[in-house]
Design a protein around this ligand. Structure first.
Ligand code: HEC
Length: 157
């Protein structure tokens, strides 16, 4: 037999958990436009795969939601990552960024991934496909470097 106080407490928690489900952040699921990185330049298939599996959920306007992402407070938690991540770097808005800013963002990509800060630990804990192998990192970095050179040419023209 559960004590009366415990029962009241459990009911309050349950009602609160149901209540917060009515407060959901706006979904980050816009359609892909021609402004997207992959439309703006040729990105090799294996590099697209790395970016899609490890970065795009937080650094684009196209998050792939799992069912549990739709439940508060998980939805608030991931929404916070998405808005912070997009604020720093949004591959869906790639067109609007100047060549020099792109070069510097790509430098940050190398720095963040190289130091293991990106993708976020909280993310790779659940998304196993986001744990990059050495080969995946290498292909990402060699694409970044090649693309940076192209952008440098663009900036000089
Ligand atoms: C779970 C969400 C999430 C994922 C996945 C993710 N990021 Fe981030 N990223 C963030 C957040 C939040 C920030 C801003 C706060 C910070 O710097 O920690 C950020 C910041 C950045 C920055 C800017 C850092 C700076 O301060 O200059 C870069 C570059 C970056 N991420 C690259 C990547 C790349 C590349 C990947 C994939 C390999 C990736 N991120 C995956 C959430 C994410």
């Amino acid at each position: 037999m559960i004590k009366k106080n415990t029962r009241i407490y459990l009911i309050i928690v349950l009602v609160a958990l149901v209540g917060i489900q009515f407060f959901q952040p706006k979904r980050n699921t816009a359609a892909i436009t021609s402004d997207h990185l992959f439309q703006q330049t040729h990105v090799p298939g294996n590099v697209q795969q790395v970016l899609n599996h490890a970065c795009m959920d937080c650094h684009s306007d196209q998050t792939k939601y799992e069912w549990y992402h739709k439940i508060s407070p998980v939805s608030w938690y991931i929404n916070h990552h998405i808005s912070e991540g997009k604020h720093e770097l949004n591959f869906s808005n790639w067109r609007s960024i100047s060549p020099l800013d792109k070069i510097s963002l790509l430098e940050d990509v190398k720095k963040e991934v190289g130091s293991g800060k990106m993708p976020l630990k909280a993310y790779t804990l659940i998304h196993r496909e986001a744990r990059l192998t050495v080969a995946q990192r290498d292909s990402l970095f060699s694409w970044v470097e090649k693309y940076q050179e192209e952008l440098m040419q663009e900036a000089l023209n």
